[in-house]
Design a binder for this molecule. Structure first.
Ligand SMILES: NC(=O)C1=CN([C@@H]2O[C@H](COP(=O)(O)OP(=O)(O)OC[C@H]3O[C@@H](n4cnc5c(N)ncnc54)[C@H](OP(=O)(O)O)[C@@H]3O)[C@@H](O)[C@H]2O)C=CC1
Ligand SMILES: CC(=O)[C@H](N)C(=O)O
Length: 252
């Protein structure tokens, strides 16, 4: 059987770009997300174009019981996952701490931290059993430096940074690589989700500069995954040329 990549949040943005790139490289895919129509369409496109096999998992990473059931009931050959891309994540709201919406906080913590942990708990155990694997965690520049009103989103990405470092230690004896990929501004559905569907506000984030595209991050992930067996890329911080820090950008 070909190699297998499991990608969470595969229905848009960085996750969908990874699905295309890994399929083009001949990987069979397990695609996970909540939007069934997109999972179906993307899966079919990749099967037709690249003659790879695709399993779709319609799941919310916050729902531990359902997620566990769906992963654990995969047929045994599909549990031989070579690459796990922990990409599902989101930001909701951009408010000072005294005005934040606590439901948004719960959503971000439950998705970006607890969801990532639930998936990793299961898939890392499969990797330990097979004594190989590569886990890619999608962090952020927001996990390297905080920015005004980023508070809880930044905290979740700092947690991802800490988890990447500690997973690397825990999984070292088992021959499993862990890579943290930390993007700056990437134009995806990210800002639309952050601003709850306000397309005008979302577009403004990228006004006057060329942001990264989802493919730029997929390329970086592929670079990390395609290194020789003795090489691990621990951490990458990738920003548009027009971005210097989380908040300092050059707009024309
Ligand atoms: N775009 C950017 O500027 C940056 C993004 N990032 C990170 O990159 C990752 C991907 O985001 P990006 O591609 O930009 O944004 P998108 O909004 O385009 O993609 C997010 C993906 O996550 C999935 N997702 C969200 N919540 C859940 C959930 N509860 N269960 C399962 N899947 C979920 C969505 O699928 P569905 O709705 O179908 O469930 C979607 O496929 C995130 O972790 C984000 O924090 C980091 C730095 C910068
Ligand atoms: C500051 C960034 O680049 C990031 N996309 C975010 O909004 O957190």
């Amino acid at each position: 059987m070909s190699k297998i990549a499991l990608i969470t949040g595969a229905t848009s943005g960085i996750g969908a770009a990874c699905a295309h790139l890994f399929a083009a490289e001949g990987y069979n895919l397990i695609l996970l997300g909540r939007r069934e129509q997109l999972l179906t369409t993307i899966g079919k496109q990749l099967e037709d174009k690249y003659a790879v096999e695709v399993k779709r998992i319609l799941a919310d990473v916050r729902d531990q019981e359902d997620l566990s059931y769906r992963l654990e009931t995969l047929p045994a050959p599909w549990k031989k996952v070579n690459v796990l891309i922990n990409n599902a994540g989101l930001s909701q709201g951009l408010d000072p701490i005294d005005k934040g919406n606590t439901d948004d906080w719960d959503t971000m913590i439950d998705t970006n931290v607890k969801g990532l942990l639930y998936v990793t708990r299961i898939v890392s155990a499969w990797m330990v059993a097979q004594k190989s694997g590569h886990i890619i965690n999608i962090g952020s520049i927001a996990g390297k430096e905080v920015y005004p009103n980023g508070n809880v989103y930044c905290a979740t990405k700092y947690a991802v940074d800490a988890l990447s470092k500690s997973m690397r230690i825990d999984l070292l004896p088992h021959g499993i690589k862990v890579t943290a990929i930390n993007p700056g501004m990437v134009e995806t559905e990210f800002s639309k989700v952050r601003f709850k569907g306000d397309e005008t506000r979302a577009k403004k984030v990228y006004d006057g500069l060329e942001p990264l595209a989802a493919n730029d991050i997929a390329d970086a992930i592929w670079f990390a995954v395609s290194r020789p067996a003795h090489v691990n890329i621990n951490d990458m911080l990738i920003m548009p040329a027009a971005q210097a820090t989380a908040t300092i950008v050059e707009r024309k």
